[in-house]
Design a protein around this ligand. Sequence first.
Ligand code: RB5
Length: 146
Amino acid sequence: MKIALGCDHAGLKLKNALIAHLKEKGIETVDFGTYTADSCDYPVYAEKTARAVIGGECDLGILCCGTGIGMSMAANKIRGIRAAALSDAFSAEATRRHNNANILCLGERVVGEGLGCMLADIFIETPFDGGRHQKRIDLISKLDDR
Ligand code: RB5
């Protein structure tokens, strides 16, 4: 399991905490930046991270910004990405089981480091249920073609 991570300046501390947490658990990470607290544009890092997931370099992605919302909007523009901005455990599990989400988006101004790490653990460890949900994922994919 290899996790791609990206952030803007407003998500840097949370991203760094997530990387340390995942490394401690023996999970491989790839950090697509940003690497400093200088103000920057979140779509740049959303795209780099999303392309690593779509290209197969990484299995899943995690994006951090102030709210998680801008990152999810940007990442969802990339064909095949299903990015979910969330801040509760139920949604973290459900978006893997039902939506087969491949990117988790977290807001550093919304969740603390402890909750952020817990949500990442749930997201990474929960499988897609498949079955009736696959048809709905296929319908989402078809929207890319219209
Ligand atoms: C940066 O100030 C902030 O707008 C950004 O991190 C993010 O929250 C956007 O959705």
